[in-house]
Design a binder for this molecule. Structure first.
Ligand code: SF4
Length: 356
């Protein structure tokens, strides 16, 4: 078998890797070897995206949910969870503040809130109306993350102006999926993304690390994301949440960083986010240096909005803002892209193109 440096050289040249080689990269553990892996990932990012990074504003507008995912703070019935449903005015104010601050996209996220999803056409129109209003208010690309929804609603959201549909399987290994998302059909979740892709939306797929997955499971996820044609691919370390069945478990970020780097090598033209929702601004540099090219979960301070995995951390002290993270981009030799650059990437990708 080729040495690590030979495998990385082939990856940087865009040549195919064998599954055993990909698994080897996912398992690299010495600091020196990991730095070589990350260096290769940065070279690949540079070729496809230059030095520019995309910035995503996050509006978690409803934390109500009808589901019971075992890892999630916002699972139904968790009395320790922060519950709110923001009004249209509050949502528009947050989206405007994010636009002013310099983000390139507004990510409208909710739990599977029955107010929107269980009242038929009326609820669907509430959600579509919200997307339409945010689009008109900001003129920015919009991502919707409403959970698993009917095909007709996805089409309606696209018509209302949603560019992206984000919905994470978290794992592509069926028994592990059932442990994480009990009672939620695997195929339905997967099918929603396939439908969104076919109806002209961009799609984000994601994997959670630190939940007992094996290297083979991660390899399976990479192949699944590739087969879906996911336009944005996310890796995020599990963070234990109070009041949930998985509170006692603990995640480590090593696998997340290796996975970010390996995804960058194998899916070099996709957006790979560095989420502020795992380790806050302190963890941003490591994720960017592993090959990420977008910063997600930027949240306006004093807005009463929460994160997903770190529900309060870094929000009101302003460290999860564009201003708060720009010095970190600079430290990494990176800079914010312009809105025009991001819009152009989105449009090109929708037409079936890859790099800028
Ligand atoms: S992960 Fe999403 S669907 Fe699952 S309980 Fe949390 S908010 Fe609901």
């Amino acid at each position: 078998m080729d040495s690590l440096m030979e495998v990385l050289k082939r990856a940087v040249e865009g040549r195919a890797l064998h599954d055993e080689e990909i698994q080897g990269l996912l398992e690299v553990s010495s600091p020196e070897e990991r730095e070589e892996l990350f260096r290769a990932a940065r070279a690949r990012r540079e070729k496809f995206f230059g030095q520019h990074v995309f910035l995503y504003g996050f509006v978690y507008f409803s934390t109500y949910c009808r589901n019971g995912c075992n890892f999630c703070l916002y699972r139904r019935g968790n009395s320790k969870s922060l519950r709110y449903r923001k009004s249209m005015d509050e949502i528009l104010a947050a989206a405007s503040a994010l636009k002013e601050s310099g983000v390139h996209l507004i990510d409208l996220t909710m739990g599977e809130d029955p107010f929107y999803l269980s009242e038929g056409a009326e609820g669907y129109e509430r959600l579509a109306g919200l997307v339409d209003a945010v689009k008109k208010e900001t003129s920015l690309p919009v991502m919707v993350s409403p959970g698993v929804v009917e095909d007709s609603l996805l089409e309606r959201l696209r018509e209302a102006g949603a560019d992206w549909y984000a919905c994470y399987q978290e794992t592509h290994t069926f028994p592990l999926y059932q442990e994480l998302r009990p009672g939620q059909p695997y195929e339905k979740r997967w099918g929603a993304k396939a439908f969104a892709k076919n109806c002209g939306m961009l799609v984000e797929e994601g994997v959670m690390t630190g939940v007992g997955e094996s290297t083979e499971d991660l390899l399976r996820s990479i192949h699944a994301m590739e087969s879906l044609g996911a336009d944005q691919v996310r890796a995020m370390t599990f963070v234990p949440q109070v009041g949930t069945p998985m509170f006692g478990a603990s995640g480590k970020n090593q696998r997340e960083l290796n996975l970010i780097a390996v995804m960058r090598l194998l899916l070099p033209d996709r957006i790979i986010p560095a989420s502020l929702d795992v380790e806050g601004a302190e963890g941003l540099k490591a994720r960017l240096e592993a090959g990420a090219n977008a910063v997600t979960s930027l949240i306006p301070p004093q807005s009463g909005l929460a994160g997903v995995a770190r529900c309060h951390e870094g929000i009101d002290n302003g460290s999860r803002t564009v201003k708060g993270i720009l010095p970190i981009l600079e430290e990494c030799g990176l800079a914010s892209a312009t809105v025009e650059e991001y819009e152009s990437w989105v449009e090109k990708r929708k037409r079936g193109g890859g790099a800028r």
